[in-house]
Design a protein around this ligand. Sequence first.
Ligand code: TXA
Ligand code: MG
Length: 320
Amino acid sequence: MNNKIGTNLEQAKLLLEKNELVAIPTETVYGLAANALHAEAVAKIFAAKNRPNFDPLIVHTHSIENIEHFTQPLEPLAQRLAEAFMPGPLTLLIQKKEIIPDLVTAGSPWVGIRIPKHDLTLNLLKNLSFPVAAPSANPFGFVSPTTAQHVADQLGDKISYILDGGPAKIGLESTVVKVENNEFSVLRLGGLTLEELEEVAGKKVASVKTSSSNPAAPGMLSSHYNPGKKVVFSGWTQLQAQTPASNLGAIVFTKKLPNVLPENQFVLSETGNVNEAAANLFTALRWFSAKNNISTILAESFEPFGLGRAINDRLKRASV
Ligand code: TXA
Ligand code: MG
């Protein structure tokens, strides 16, 4: 399986041109890419992930200038956000042109567009004559992959090639933003913070979607990021009150819990760095997934600002 992992851009390009699936690195998480303009190639993504067709895919391209090949013109606020945060962990919803197949957007007139901040993938995108649709490269409902090996572990037999760009720097998916009538709303919290968005927009966010069962962003289904264990999501002090048991694990920010065996705890950042914690979060969930002796994970909540909000969103959904 491992001969499928490599850094051969030419091979990745040829396979994508043949409408095959290739996993690509980005700064957020690894994506499972296919030619976004070719419905049959896109259909392979849904099949490989076992993903329901109502969940739309993000289209990845290499430059702001290129976006309007696939979309209607950006309104000024969207343009401003694009210039500030692309390439980067921002997905902008823009009204699509017909060239984007309906399967990509699950029938919506809006398409999610993103320019990943990753040199290898930007090079690949520049060398392709089409953009790629790419959801996170994990089976539907599971934790997103932040390394090439994560992708190989779960989807290796379904993908032609995995382009290895090292561990994802951010480790949380992009923030999904919709701009309409000079207002912006967040449909999925992610690697770009509300504070950063509001500063550039010069105004407050109009609304923020968090997990719900009838979501505007279908990837916001309340049960997602499932590590296959019970997850109890709460503050450190409350978690400390849980009855000790040998099958308990814990994901904590900086300080281990006294009521959980130390070897069963994953510290996200010893120095209390939220960026580092975000980058380690999905690795922690995967680590516990594979640990047969653990049946319940205690997960510490973060202060609700900056990346802490997106971390809480993921842990909360892992706990449903
Ligand atoms: O960081 C990321 O965004 C990664 C990397 C690979 O780019 N991609 C990713 O894709 O997380 P995915 O498919 O796992 O999550 C995309 C989510 C969808 O589930 C949905 O919530 C939202 O983005 N989305 C995409 N297109 C949309 C659309 N047209 N309308 C509403 N929501 C959309
Ligand atoms: Mg996903």
